[in-house]
Design a protein around this ligand. Structure first.
Ligand code: NAP
Length: 262
Protein backbone atom coordinates (compact mmCIF):
# COMPACT_ATOMS: atom_id res chain seq x y z
CA UNK A 1 0.00 0.00 0.00
CA UNK A 2 2.82 2.44 0.89
CA UNK A 3 4.87 1.87 -2.27
CA UNK A 4 1.76 1.55 -4.45
CA UNK A 5 0.61 4.95 -3.18
CA UNK A 6 3.95 6.56 -4.02
CA UNK A 7 4.17 4.92 -7.47
CA UNK A 8 0.80 6.43 -8.34
CA UNK A 9 1.59 9.80 -6.76
CA UNK A 10 4.87 10.19 -8.68
CA UNK A 11 3.39 8.66 -11.89
CA UNK A 12 5.99 5.87 -12.02
CA UNK A 13 5.05 2.73 -13.86
CA UNK A 14 5.77 -0.27 -11.65
CA UNK A 15 4.43 -2.33 -8.79
CA UNK A 16 5.46 -3.59 -5.35
CA UNK A 17 4.31 -7.16 -4.90
CA UNK A 18 4.59 -9.74 -2.12
CA UNK A 19 6.48 -12.87 -3.20
CA UNK A 20 7.18 -15.93 -1.11
CA UNK A 21 10.88 -16.81 -1.33
CA UNK A 22 12.18 -19.66 0.83
CA UNK A 23 15.74 -19.44 2.23
CA UNK A 24 17.12 -21.95 -0.29
CA UNK A 25 15.50 -19.95 -3.13
CA UNK A 26 17.04 -16.62 -2.07
CA UNK A 27 20.33 -16.87 -4.07
CA UNK A 28 18.35 -17.56 -7.27
CA UNK A 29 15.88 -14.77 -6.52
CA UNK A 30 18.67 -12.25 -5.91
CA UNK A 31 20.22 -13.24 -9.26
CA UNK A 32 16.94 -12.26 -10.92
CA UNK A 33 17.45 -8.76 -9.46
CA UNK A 34 21.08 -8.76 -10.68
CA UNK A 35 19.79 -9.60 -14.16
CA UNK A 36 17.39 -6.65 -14.04
CA UNK A 37 14.09 -8.49 -13.70
CA UNK A 38 13.30 -6.42 -10.57
CA UNK A 39 14.49 -3.01 -9.36
CA UNK A 40 15.09 -4.53 -5.92
CA UNK A 41 13.18 -5.84 -2.93
CA UNK A 42 12.57 -5.77 0.78
CA UNK A 43 13.30 -8.90 2.77
CA UNK A 44 11.89 -9.79 6.14
CA UNK A 45 12.20 -12.53 8.77
CA UNK A 46 13.72 -15.12 8.36
CA UNK A 47 15.75 -13.89 5.35
CA UNK A 48 17.42 -10.73 6.69
CA UNK A 49 20.70 -12.30 7.87
CA UNK A 50 20.99 -14.62 4.88
CA UNK A 51 20.39 -11.71 2.49
CA UNK A 52 23.22 -9.83 4.23
CA UNK A 53 25.55 -12.74 3.39
CA UNK A 54 24.42 -12.87 -0.25
CA UNK A 55 24.58 -9.23 -1.39
CA UNK A 56 27.73 -7.83 -3.05
CA UNK A 57 27.96 -4.63 -1.03
CA UNK A 58 26.68 -3.10 2.23
CA UNK A 59 27.25 0.24 3.99
CA UNK A 60 29.33 0.38 7.22
CA UNK A 61 26.28 0.58 9.53
CA UNK A 62 24.72 -2.46 7.89
CA UNK A 63 28.01 -4.34 8.19
CA UNK A 64 27.70 -3.94 11.96
CA UNK A 65 24.07 -5.12 11.96
CA UNK A 66 24.76 -8.17 9.74
CA UNK A 67 21.16 -8.01 8.57
CA UNK A 68 19.46 -6.19 5.66
CA UNK A 69 15.83 -5.36 4.87
CA UNK A 70 16.28 -3.44 1.59
CA UNK A 71 18.10 -4.60 -1.54
CA UNK A 72 18.81 -2.54 -4.67
CA UNK A 73 21.17 -2.40 -7.65
CA UNK A 74 23.93 0.19 -7.87
CA UNK A 75 26.47 0.25 -10.71
CA UNK A 76 25.70 -3.41 -11.36
CA UNK A 77 26.30 -4.46 -7.74
CA UNK A 78 23.60 -5.89 -5.53
CA UNK A 79 23.56 -3.65 -2.44
CA UNK A 80 21.86 -4.29 0.90
CA UNK A 81 20.98 -1.90 3.68
CA UNK A 82 18.85 -1.78 6.80
CA UNK A 83 16.40 1.12 7.00
CA UNK A 84 14.69 0.57 10.41
CA UNK A 85 17.05 2.77 12.44
CA UNK A 86 16.93 5.63 9.95
CA UNK A 87 13.13 5.21 9.80
CA UNK A 88 12.88 5.57 13.57
CA UNK A 89 15.07 8.69 13.59
CA UNK A 90 13.20 10.33 10.68
CA UNK A 91 9.89 9.72 12.43
CA UNK A 92 11.25 11.09 15.70
CA UNK A 93 12.37 14.27 13.93
CA UNK A 94 9.05 14.66 12.13
CA UNK A 95 7.00 14.08 15.31
CA UNK A 96 9.11 16.13 17.74
CA UNK A 97 10.64 18.84 15.51
CA UNK A 98 13.81 20.41 16.84
CA UNK A 99 14.48 17.66 19.41
CA UNK A 100 17.60 15.56 18.84
CA UNK A 101 19.15 12.60 20.65
CA UNK A 102 22.55 14.33 20.71
CA UNK A 103 24.05 14.00 24.24
CA UNK A 104 20.85 12.36 25.54
CA UNK A 105 20.35 9.26 27.68
CA UNK A 106 18.08 6.75 25.96
CA UNK A 107 16.38 3.85 27.74
CA UNK A 108 15.55 1.15 25.22
CA UNK A 109 13.19 -1.63 26.25
CA UNK A 110 13.86 -4.82 24.30
CA UNK A 111 16.85 -6.42 22.60
CA UNK A 112 15.22 -8.24 19.69
CA UNK A 113 15.68 -7.86 15.94
CA UNK A 114 14.58 -4.22 15.86
CA UNK A 115 16.68 -3.10 18.84
CA UNK A 116 20.13 -3.45 17.28
CA UNK A 117 19.27 -1.11 14.40
CA UNK A 118 17.81 1.41 16.84
CA UNK A 119 20.95 1.40 19.02
CA UNK A 120 23.13 1.90 15.97
CA UNK A 121 21.02 4.83 14.73
CA UNK A 122 20.78 6.45 18.19
CA UNK A 123 24.53 6.29 18.80
CA UNK A 124 25.17 7.32 15.18
CA UNK A 125 23.12 10.47 15.85
CA UNK A 126 25.17 11.29 18.94
CA UNK A 127 23.20 9.85 21.88
CA UNK A 128 25.38 10.00 25.00
CA UNK A 129 24.29 6.60 26.29
CA UNK A 130 21.79 3.84 25.53
CA UNK A 131 20.63 1.64 28.43
CA UNK A 132 19.12 -1.55 27.04
CA UNK A 133 16.61 -3.26 29.33
CA UNK A 134 15.58 -6.78 28.40
CA UNK A 135 14.02 -9.88 29.93
CA UNK A 136 16.90 -11.98 28.59
CA UNK A 137 19.92 -10.04 29.80
CA UNK A 138 22.34 -11.90 27.52
CA UNK A 139 20.60 -10.54 24.40
CA UNK A 140 20.89 -6.97 25.69
CA UNK A 141 24.52 -7.62 26.64
CA UNK A 142 25.32 -8.92 23.15
CA UNK A 143 24.18 -5.58 21.67
CA UNK A 144 25.86 -3.48 24.37
CA UNK A 145 29.16 -5.32 23.82
CA UNK A 146 29.42 -3.69 20.36
CA UNK A 147 29.98 -0.30 22.05
CA UNK A 148 30.48 -0.80 25.81
CA UNK A 149 31.51 2.84 26.27
CA UNK A 150 28.10 4.14 25.21
CA UNK A 151 25.79 1.22 25.83
CA UNK A 152 24.91 -0.92 28.85
CA UNK A 153 22.64 -3.92 29.41
CA UNK A 154 20.17 -4.20 32.29
CA UNK A 155 17.45 -6.46 33.51
CA UNK A 156 13.92 -5.28 34.14
CA UNK A 157 14.55 -4.52 37.86
CA UNK A 158 16.88 -1.62 36.91
CA UNK A 159 14.11 0.22 35.04
CA UNK A 160 12.86 2.63 37.78
CA UNK A 161 16.38 4.00 38.42
CA UNK A 162 17.11 4.26 34.67
CA UNK A 163 13.84 6.09 33.96
CA UNK A 164 14.68 8.79 36.50
CA UNK A 165 17.60 9.80 34.28
CA UNK A 166 16.09 9.15 30.82
CA UNK A 167 15.55 11.73 28.07
CA UNK A 168 14.00 9.26 25.64
CA UNK A 169 12.25 5.97 26.44
CA UNK A 170 11.59 3.55 23.57
CA UNK A 171 9.59 0.35 23.67
CA UNK A 172 11.04 -2.09 21.13
CA UNK A 173 9.64 -5.21 22.78
CA UNK A 174 6.58 -6.87 21.31
CA UNK A 175 4.74 -6.21 24.59
CA UNK A 176 1.66 -4.05 24.10
CA UNK A 177 1.20 -5.29 20.52
CA UNK A 178 -2.26 -6.67 19.68
CA UNK A 179 -2.34 -10.32 20.74
CA UNK A 180 0.72 -9.97 23.02
CA UNK A 181 0.85 -9.43 26.80
CA UNK A 182 0.63 -5.79 27.96
CA UNK A 183 3.71 -3.70 28.71
CA UNK A 184 3.31 -2.97 32.38
CA UNK A 185 5.74 -0.25 33.45
CA UNK A 186 5.31 2.77 35.67
CA UNK A 187 6.36 6.16 34.32
CA UNK A 188 6.71 7.50 37.87
CA UNK A 189 9.94 9.44 38.19
CA UNK A 190 10.41 10.04 34.45
CA UNK A 191 11.58 13.62 33.79
CA UNK A 192 8.77 15.92 32.63
CA UNK A 193 10.56 16.86 29.40
CA UNK A 194 11.25 13.26 28.37
CA UNK A 195 10.00 11.82 25.08
CA UNK A 196 8.27 8.42 25.01
CA UNK A 197 8.28 6.31 21.83
CA UNK A 198 6.82 2.94 20.93
CA UNK A 199 7.73 1.06 17.76
CA UNK A 200 4.67 -1.19 18.08
CA UNK A 201 2.02 0.10 15.64
CA UNK A 202 -0.89 -2.27 16.23
CA UNK A 203 -2.67 -0.72 18.07
CA UNK A 204 -1.68 2.69 16.70
CA UNK A 205 -1.68 4.19 20.17
CA UNK A 206 -0.33 1.66 22.64
CA UNK A 207 -1.12 1.69 26.34
CA UNK A 208 2.41 3.03 26.97
CA UNK A 209 1.79 6.03 24.69
CA UNK A 210 -1.69 6.58 26.11
CA UNK A 211 -0.29 6.64 29.67
CA UNK A 212 2.59 8.91 28.62
CA UNK A 213 0.28 11.34 26.83
CA UNK A 214 -2.06 11.46 29.84
CA UNK A 215 0.93 12.56 31.94
CA UNK A 216 1.86 15.27 29.41
CA UNK A 217 4.89 13.63 27.80
CA UNK A 218 5.63 14.05 24.09
CA UNK A 219 4.99 10.74 22.35
CA UNK A 220 6.12 9.09 19.11
CA UNK A 221 4.04 6.33 17.48
CA UNK A 222 5.39 3.24 15.71
CA UNK A 223 3.46 3.72 12.47
CA UNK A 224 5.63 6.67 11.45
CA UNK A 225 8.74 4.48 11.67
CA UNK A 226 7.09 1.94 9.36
CA UNK A 227 6.33 4.67 6.81
CA UNK A 228 9.74 6.36 7.04
CA UNK A 229 11.74 3.10 6.81
CA UNK A 230 10.15 2.61 3.36
CA UNK A 231 11.53 5.94 2.00
CA UNK A 232 15.15 4.89 1.24
CA UNK A 233 14.06 1.74 -0.60
CA UNK A 234 11.65 3.62 -2.87
CA UNK A 235 14.32 6.21 -3.60
CA UNK A 236 16.92 3.55 -4.53
CA UNK A 237 14.52 1.60 -6.73
CA UNK A 238 12.67 4.42 -8.49
CA UNK A 239 14.96 7.47 -8.22
CA UNK A 240 12.50 9.71 -6.39
CA UNK A 241 12.69 10.46 -2.67
CA UNK A 242 9.05 10.08 -1.61
CA UNK A 243 7.32 12.09 1.09
CA UNK A 244 5.62 10.69 4.18
CA UNK A 245 2.44 12.77 4.19
CA UNK A 246 -0.60 12.81 6.41
CA UNK A 247 -2.66 11.49 3.49
CA UNK A 248 -0.47 8.38 3.25
CA UNK A 249 -0.63 7.95 7.02
CA UNK A 250 -4.44 8.12 6.95
CA UNK A 251 -4.61 5.53 4.14
CA UNK A 252 -2.43 3.08 6.07
CA UNK A 253 -4.37 3.72 9.30
CA UNK A 254 -7.61 3.00 7.45
CA UNK A 255 -6.09 -0.24 6.16
CA UNK A 256 -4.89 -1.30 9.62
CA UNK A 257 -8.15 -0.42 11.35
CA UNK A 258 -10.45 -1.61 8.55
CA UNK A 259 -12.06 1.84 8.12
CA UNK A 260 -12.22 4.16 5.09
CA UNK A 261 -9.81 7.10 4.57
CA UNK A 262 -11.27 10.43 3.32
P1 NAP B 1 11.75 -9.83 18.40
O1 NAP B 1 13.06 -9.96 17.72
O2 NAP B 1 10.84 -11.01 18.49
O3 NAP B 1 12.02 -9.28 19.90
C1 NAP B 1 11.00 -9.22 20.84
C2 NAP B 1 11.46 -8.46 22.08
O4 NAP B 1 10.35 -8.39 22.99
C3 NAP B 1 12.62 -9.11 22.82
O5 NAP B 1 13.40 -8.12 23.45
C4 NAP B 1 11.87 -9.96 23.87
O6 NAP B 1 12.63 -10.23 25.03
C5 NAP B 1 10.74 -9.01 24.23
N1 NAP B 1 9.60 -9.77 24.79
C6 NAP B 1 8.73 -10.53 24.12
N2 NAP B 1 7.82 -11.07 24.98
C7 NAP B 1 8.17 -10.63 26.22
C8 NAP B 1 7.62 -10.82 27.52
N3 NAP B 1 6.53 -11.59 27.72
N4 NAP B 1 8.21 -10.20 28.57
C9 NAP B 1 9.30 -9.39 28.38
N5 NAP B 1 9.86 -9.19 27.16
C10 NAP B 1 9.30 -9.79 26.10
O7 NAP B 1 10.86 -8.68 17.73
P2 NAP B 1 11.34 -7.38 16.90
O8 NAP B 1 11.49 -7.75 15.47
O9 NAP B 1 12.48 -6.75 17.60
O10 NAP B 1 10.02 -6.48 16.98
C11 NAP B 1 9.54 -6.01 18.23
C12 NAP B 1 8.28 -5.19 18.02
O11 NAP B 1 8.59 -4.05 17.22
C13 NAP B 1 7.16 -5.93 17.28
O12 NAP B 1 5.93 -5.55 17.86
C14 NAP B 1 7.25 -5.40 15.85
O13 NAP B 1 5.99 -5.40 15.20
C15 NAP B 1 7.69 -3.97 16.11
N6 NAP B 1 8.44 -3.39 14.97
C16 NAP B 1 7.99 -2.23 14.45
C17 NAP B 1 8.67 -1.63 13.40
C18 NAP B 1 8.15 -0.34 12.82
O14 NAP B 1 8.51 -0.02 11.68
N7 NAP B 1 7.37 0.42 13.56
C19 NAP B 1 9.84 -2.24 12.89
C20 NAP B 1 10.29 -3.42 13.47
C21 NAP B 1 9.57 -4.00 14.52
P3 NAP B 1 13.56 -11.56 25.12
O15 NAP B 1 14.83 -11.21 24.39
O16 NAP B 1 13.72 -11.77 26.56
O17 NAP B 1 12.78 -12.66 24.43
Amino acid sequence: MIHGYWLKKYAISGSYDPLEVKPDELPGFLNRIRQGEFAGCNVTIPLKELAFELVDHTDPETSRLKSVNTIFLQDGDLCGTSTDGAGFMANLHQTVPGWTVRSRHVVLLGAGGAARGLVDALLGDGAAHVSIVNRTLARAQAIADDDPQHCTAHDWSALPALLADADLVINSTSLGMAGQPPLEISLDGLKLDAVVADIVYTPLQTELLRAAEARGYRTVEGLGMLLHQAVPGFEKWFGVRPEVTDKLRQLVIADITGTTAD
